[in-house]
Design a protein around this ligand. Sequence first.
Ligand code: ARG
Length: 472
Amino acid sequence: MDNPQTTRGGPDARKSAATRNLIRSRFAGGRLPEVENFTASLPFDRRLYRHDIRGSIAHARMLARVGLLTRGEERRIVAGLGAIEREIADGRFHFDVADEDIHLAIERRLIARIGDAGRKLHTARSRNDQVALDLRLFLRDELREVIAVLGRLRGALTALARRHLNTVMPGYTHLQRAQPVSLAHHLLAYVEMFERDRERFEQALERTDVMPLGAGALAATTLPIDRRAVARALGFRRISENSIDAVSDRDFVLDFLSASAIAAMHLSRMAEEIILWSSAEFGFIELPDAFATGSSMMPQKKNPDLLELIRGRSGRVAGDLLAMLVVMKGLPLAYNSDLQEDKERVFDALDTIRPALDLMARLWPRIQFRTDAMRAAAGGFTLATDLAEYLVRRGVPFREAHGIIGRMVREVAASGRSLEQLGAEELRRYSPRFGRDAIKILSVDHSLAARTVIGGPAPRTVRRRIEELERK
Ligand code: ARG
């Protein structure tokens, strides 16, 4: 992120005086420097410069079409904006907080470069509809990126699941071993979550894809502008239908932040499991060196800091959503400067979620799985429900079967053994309904293969789901 200092005064102090004149003709005096600093958004909204220029070029071309600019003025404006974009990209642009925001900074520079034609650019436009446009253009680009990264993460997990259809591991409830599942099934649970996240980001994108320019400050304009032409030039699917709503609506930001907060929560749960699995206590996986960190004191340590920070930073994204909801809840229509707070929330959520999704996608294929440890942890008392369901198939009411197997578990556990060690005779001591074939129930592979209901962990059921997901 290009982020050189935004300064006050200095060698360009005369220019900043000129800036003040850009919109302060009704004032007799200048602003207090502290007020200038407090109110400026330039230190962060300069990140929108490309989108601001793209929007201004579309606006200028439209103004020329409807006769509000001459073709010559249009050419000078478009060339001037192009030159300014290069100045900013190359770090040659002087940012001055006196400009307040990126919109005035670029307009001030345009006038300095091309003179009078530059003074016509802001015709039929307010910074209120301009900033709504810039943020929508920016978020539209970024959302497409987020959706792409999310796709890579889903792809990585699905590919891994394909290889681990038969890798048995314990499934947990209350973090206690519960029933056997496969690594594939466990991973696909996250794929389902990230699939819903994709849907939410797509919805956010659809609501972002609305062109607000032309709303002016709040009541549009008396000039004969062509909003459809601007929307077409910028590739918007829809045009805002109410000028008051257009400048005061940040629902699209909330849609993005809520989708981000939920995705960050999913990433956090995933991070937590990787941390657990990499502990000696679980011993299910080994983290790749490239993704682990050392300890300053304990030479043996291999720490999952990356995952702890993915987990920790999910809190910021939830905070970004909450902050924006609180910013908006009491605002009268239409635009209020409180809305200027939207950009840092968007940037922060984006800068948190994007690298986290990307690193997660790159981490999974490099994790080493200790499939023997997983299998060893999967068996034993996790087969208790299978035994109860065996009795159900033999006509025993489930609650009674639950009681029989519960007693069996208590006694077998007390004798320091495990269910798999029971013979057919022993089983029959608990219920005469246990036949010779009951022993076969006592295997994790059998348990897994039998769970073929829709959404179950049986390898062939999971394979079918993978194929469906891969078609999407
Ligand atoms: N910097 C403002 C923002 O970020 C845009 C200008 C809004 N208009 C105004 N009169 N302050 O929302």
